[in-house]
Design a protein around this ligand. Sequence first.
Ligand code: NA7
Length: 546
Amino acid sequence: MAAARLAQSSSDMAPGLDYDAIIVGAGMSGLYQLYRLRELGMKVRVFEAATGVGGTWYWNRYPGARFDSESYSYGYSFSKHLLEEWEWSEHFAGQPETLRYLNYVADKFDLRRDIQFSSRVTAASNEEETRSWRITLEDGSCFTARFLITAIGPLSTPTLPRIEGRDSFEGKSFHTARWPKKPVDFVGQRVAVIGTGATGVQTIQTIAKDVGHLTVFQRTPNWCAPLHNGRIDAETQKRIKAGYPEMFARCQETFACFIHTPDPRGAFEVSDEEREAFYEKLYGERGFGIWQGNFRDILIDRKANATISDFVARKIRERVKDPKVAEKLIPRNHGFGTRRLPLETFYYEVYNQDNVELVDLGETPIERITPDGIRTTARAYQFDIIIFATGFDAITGAFDNIDFRGTGGVRLKDKWKSGPQTYLGLMVDGFPNMMMLMGPHTALGNIPRSIEYSVDWVTGLIGFARRSGLTRLEATTAGVEAWTEHVKALGAGLLSNEVDSWMTGINRNVEGKEKRIVARYSGSAPAYRARCDEVAAGGYSELKLA
Ligand code: NA7
């Protein structure tokens, strides 16, 4: 740290600007970006809307929130000391532990002194003359910097359902991503959960044991598979630590940076018995193996996909006692794994409890929320608590919330009206000196792995600019068009791109987000990195540099 502090005093900031760089957001991306830019000796300020660090893991305090990626594959890999010191207690850590981890990171690297909390950025405008950005906070204060880096998260803008009477409910109601810090008491309460995505599933399986009565309002069932979490014993802990270099190297090679590698065989290249045995094995294993480590063709070939969908449907029928309820829990409009796979722990068994009811909104849609509950076309329900597990305005939502203005006052929102347009998912033409972390068109997957790569790439670019005396870095229009077309082309043929979900940009609770767009890079992470590496190796000559 001493070296970093020393370096900071040598900041060669442009006169008249407040900072060399402003980072928006102190989640996993923002924290690491701050650490890296400090190494360059830059004067950096992070503005964060929350009262603490952590981003996703700060806000999502809902009961049962936890990783679906193996804990040890999710932590930062950049510091050997950190890897040695930190011990994950479970294979898939819960939110409190992850938030503790991120606070530990912030303390260990003394990051807090450059973070301004309770500071929501509402606008950011490019100032051509000074080659800088001016950001405005909710309270009206303004700050300037040469570079602007967005670390605002792909799933950070929660959305409430557009249901009539939503605000008339007189009991307690919570969106899962705006959960209060003080735990909510469910004992004896009549609770409703709307939404059965990854968040809804975690919430439902966790509160079912405490509630008086639980009613789950399901619009679309999702395919879920067992998480198989467990504590990490001392022996395993040692093995994990000794194996970090190999494990991280493996994550770099896989399609989406998870530790699971697809089976090179196609689903029909084995006998029916072998296929069944393979699925049975995957269903019994921890984590995303059944999704990311399955036959190579299940996410691209409809018939191959049907074999795993049939297998999981049988599992649901075995686990849910009431056949009518089981049928409601089996997805009909999309195949296994074509939406983000929720991982579960006795989720299906919840529906065997006498005090749990599943309402299929396909049969009986919600008419309105009332002061004392929810009314469907069939009947009125009374509740003490309503939980909205209704998801996010994903990927572009956080960008829409800030009034970004590029050169000539062009609004990013207008530029992206018919879908995002980016260069490598990192930059936009007309928005010089602005870099995006985990924005549209970048490889997401096991997100900390992608974060570390993108932060390192951005740091490389800014370091290059400083060494070369460059003060204006901009993507070319041709570069943006080419990358945007490339991302669109990559999506063709993937079953997941034929299904409505946040991954295809659909959120009917937000006006204008009713049509599918390609906001997500769906190629492989290694291919993504190879392309970005190529740009760096070429001296960033694809950019307009001045
Ligand atoms: P998701 O996966 O977007 O799930 C949202 C859920 O809420 C989903 O079941 C929706 O049904 C349901 N929903 C949304 N609006 C309504 C209305 N108006 N009425 C009824 N039901 C509704 O969000 P999550 O928070 O679970 O997960 C997001 C990601 O965070 C997850 O993939 C992980 O990567 C972490 P629908 O399916 O649209 O019919």
